[in-house]
Ligand binder design. Structure first.
Ligand code: ADP
Ligand code: F6P
Length: 354
């Protein structure tokens, strides 16, 4: 049988995430093991437009297994969204004899991946973002490391809050998604958590804090997701005024996006990457590798992107037209499960955090 794939490219794109290096390593090693050459694209899709392509041998991906960031670098590349940029990228692939691409990133990256697939470059996506905000998959690479780093940071804040009988409002990353916030709130015993997925009763929190302080509780942690100025420094001030508890504000920001990947992220990267190589070399394209119920599965990228829009209430006219009732039901079930997970986690936090 003629071997279709001689050379594939691997890319890390969008916001970096711990575990991306593990993807670059695993894709490279797995493809080489299958007798296929590998090149790396530097700086996300930017490198495809600007011809920044480097050959990757097995030893070129040595000693990155424990490193955060991405050794090929990453970037956000607006040019790639334009037809001209896309055509240049396709031309670069042709020039280098790139038969297929595996790209690790978030939903923006997947939109680029499907554009490449539609222009004749088979492309498969691997979800890599600390936000865990790709609805079609239960898990995105980087999420576990970011949560663990956040926990370490909040634990430190707790020490000083306890010494001084203070409260700390901690703003954590996640863009619009509250996954890091709610999980770390539970893990750190936060007294409250503001995320966009759930209604938030500010007055009830103030009342709870006043009561707990009266009962003798010394330290308080309140976790908030980024992106809402009403719940950042101003919120800390309101807590202090309403409860009389001295309250500091901390923004963890990009500090939780770096650092050595956890076991969970390393192993997930290995599982997803080997699957991506297998699918690509079997002639598949336009897929995203997902973890669903602990299993590694693949989904059509557009199906995944539309599921995501459904979850975020951003469906566009015609989005569902080409899908069967069963497929739409599957999308809805995925969205419901994701929402239910937030409800369950929020309830658990409320029940035991006082
Ligand atoms: P993430 O992949 O983490 O969501 P971005 O949204 O920045 O991050 O997307 C990463 C890159 O993917 C962008 O810089 C751009 O090059 C490409 N991209 C994003 N949206 C699109 C789109 N609609 N069409 C084509 N490419 C896109
Ligand atoms: O998507 C990952 C993420 O770190 C979000 O949590 C955050 O909102 C955003 O990227 C920050 O983007 P930038 O790196 O461009 O500041």
């Amino acid at each position: 049988m003629e071997k279709k794939f001689k050379k594939i490219a691997v890319i890390a794109s969008g916001g970096d995430a711990p575990g991306m290096n593990n993807v670059l390593r695993a894709v490279t090693r797995s493809a080489i093991e299958h007798g296929v050459e590998v090149v790396g694209v530097k700086g996300g899709y930017y490198g495809l437009i600007h011809d920044e392509i480097v050959p990757l041998g097995a030893r070129d991906v040595s000693n990155i297994i424990n490193l955060g960031g991405t050794f090929l670098y990453s970037a956000r590349c607006p040019e790639f969204k334009e037809e001209e940029g896309m055509q240049t990228a396709v031309a670069t692939c042709k020039k280098h004899g790139i038969d297929g691409i595996i790209v690790c990133g978030g939903d923006g990256t997947f939109r680029g991946a499907t554009d490449l697939s539609n222009r004749g470059i088979p492309t498969i996506g691997i979800p890599g973002t600390i936000d865990n905000d790709i609805t079609a998959t239960d898990y995105t690479i980087g999420f576990d490391t970011a949560m663990n780093t956040t926990v370490q940071m909040i634990d430190r804040l707790r020490d000083t809050c306890l010494s001084h009988a203070r409260c700390n409002v901690v703003e954590v990353m996640g863009r619009d998604a509250g996954g890091i916030a709610i999980n770390t709130a539970i893990a750190c015993g936060a007294v409250g958590c503001m995320i966009n997925e759930m209604p938030f009763d500010e007055e009830a929190l103030m009342e709870k804090m006043r009561k707990l302080r009266a009962e003798g509780k010394r330290q308080f942690i309140v976790v908030v997701v980024e992106g809402n100025p009403h719940y950042s420094e101003a919120f800390a001030k309101r807590i202090e005024e309403a409860t009389g508890i001295e309250t500091k504000f901390a923004r963890l920001a990009h500090v939780v996006r770096g650092g050595s990947p956890t076991l969970r992220d390393r192993v997930t990267a290995a599982r997803m990457s080997t699957r991506a190589v297998e699918e690509l070399l079997a002639g598949k394209s336009d897929l995203v590798v997902c973890e669903c119920g602990g299993k590694i599965v693949t989904k059509d990228i557009n199906f995944a992107l539309i599921t995501d829009r459904m979850y975020k209430n951003k469906l566009r006219e015609g989005d569902l037209d080409k899908y069967s009732e069963e497929e739409i039901a599957e999308m809805k079930a995925t969205c419901d499960a994701k929402h239910q997970n937030f409800i369950d986690l929020y309830k658990i936090m409320d029940e035991i955090s006082y």
